[in-house]
Design a binder for this molecule. Structure first.
Ligand code: AMP
Length: 419
């Protein structure tokens, strides 16, 4: 192991040159599919105001109580964004995007930060792609959102997943249900985890999402929100299910699914995969009809999801799915001597300008060393140029796969490679 003085922080990883092609391939798929769905990309800053995240995601959530990276500089409180729904909604309100008319269909790709305990599939800097459809409470939007999410995995070939679905109800249903839940949990107060004790009064539904072992028995037997939905929430949930059926998207109802953020109303969903280990969630999302108002905008219903990109790659690895072709180069110019090197410097761009990827030696190395590099770069062709070739005007073009060579003029090489 080489001695390095500085390393990445715990849970933060470099995406190295061998790995970046698969990231670009995935990003290309996301952009392409989003365009087909008529979604527009939004990019927001990495740093947001801490208050926005506390308010948006929820004061008593794990993210806010344990996981945010936050600091103060001057008069401002900065937080490294742990998710993008609250920031996208902030942007929607700040720039009055509603005035553009219609439903805002915004997707994003980027890094998020959470101070979690790192393990396989869980990092402190990780990447998500996601979607927010802001401006309609129609269940079709929920289903369009789920369809886009599923489409990405389907296109890549990840199949062993389960779509879990629940409704966490509208505000009225939730208030009623919270009372029922408090009444059920109160007699067990002393046995609950410390965090759940704190949550019981203000936010008992958060307890259903608790990972603490001492809470599990009570969660298992808790009354279910599905039995406490009002007529409107029930109707909405039924429509989501029937549209999913219409689209042939399979799901299972999970009455305990409440998700880790406070902003959800009505639909909540999560996509899990049996190809992942204990961190088995590929993606999750839901409806958040109150968040825009919470953040200072006009009441505006919305729905969205976020998907973990590292976890998608883990699933690909488990399934032997390659997202990229092996690296290849069209042309490597092997230059022997100073004149040939100068020739290469002058001419290499003409290849690149016509779309031929081309590389050359920078260090005046031997022919053997240059051929070795051409092989390492997986070059389809090498062009061998020395004093002799420059004098005669005939260059050696070697097809590396077939081990065949031909003598061609520069113009002939050029048109041959551009065929
Ligand atoms: P969430 O924003 O918590 O709903 O998470 C959405 C998705 O992001 C999850 O289903 C995971 O795939 C991914 N994710 C969340 N937290 C992490 C993390 N710490 N490391 C890697 N992926 C994560």
């Amino acid at each position: 192991m080489p001695k390095t003085q500085y390393t990445t922080h715990l849970g933060m990883v470099d995406i190295l040159p061998d790995e970046s092609p698969k990231w670009r391939a995935l990003e290309a798929i996301i952009h392409e599919e989003a365009t087909k769905f008529d979604f527009e990309e939004i990019r927001t800053p990495i740093l947001e105001q801490t208050e926005l995240i506390k308010r948006g995601v929820g004061q008593l959530t794990d993210i806010v109580t344990k996981e945010i990276f936050a600091f103060t500089k001057g008069d401002s409180n900065y937080v490294l964004r742990p998710e993008l729904t609250a920031p996208v909604v902030r942007s929607f309100v700040q720039h009055t995007l509603a005035q553009r008319g219609g439903v805002q269909k915004l997707y994003y790709i980027g890094p998020m930060f959470r101070a979690e305990r790192p393990q396989k599939g869980r990092q402190r800097q990780f990447h998500q792609f996601g979607l927010e459809l802001i401006g309609t409470d129609n269940p079709l939007a929920d289903v369009e959102c789920i369809t886009f999410m599923m489409r990405i995995y389907q296109r890549i070939g990840i199949k062993n997943f389960t779509l879990k679905l629940n409704s966490v109800g509208d505000p009225e249903s939730r208030e009623g249900y919270k009372d029922v839940l408090r009444k059920y949990l109160q007699p067990h107060f002393d046995q609950l985890s410390e965090l759940s004790q704190k949550r019981l009064e203000k936010n008992p539904m958060r307890i259903l999402d608790s990972k603490e072992p001492e809470d599990q028995e009570f969660i298992k037997n808790a009354p279910m929100i599905s039995d406490h939905l009002n007529e409107e929430s029930k109707q909405h949930f039924e429509s989501v299910k029937s549209y999913l059926d219409m689209r042939g998207i399979e799901y299972v109802i999970d009455p305990l699914l409440v998700r880790g953020m406070d902003y959800y109303t009505k639909t909540a969903f999560e996509l899990t995969s049996s190809d992942l280990g204990s961190q088995d969630a590929l993606a999750g999302g839901g409806r958040y009809d109150l968040l825009v108002e919470e953040i200072g905008g006009q009441p505006t219903p919305a729905v969205g999801f976020a998907a973990g990109m590292e976890r998608l790659f883990i699933a690909c690895e488990e399934l032997g799915i390659e997202l990229t072709e092996p690296k290849s180069l069209d042309l490597y110019i092997v230059s022997l001597g100073e004149n040939a090197r100068n020739w290469a410097i002058q001419n290499i761009h003409q290849f690149r300008e016509t779309g031929v990827s081309a590389s050359m030696d920078y260090q005046a190395r031997s022919m053997k060393a240059q051929m070795k590099e051409a092989n390492r770069e997986n070059a389809r062709f090498t062009l061998i140029v020395g004093d002799n070739e420059l004098e005669t005007g005939k260059l050696v073009l070697r097809n590396m796969l077939e081990s065949e060579e031909q003598l061609l003029s520069f113009e002939e090489v050029f048109s041959y490679l551009n065929e």
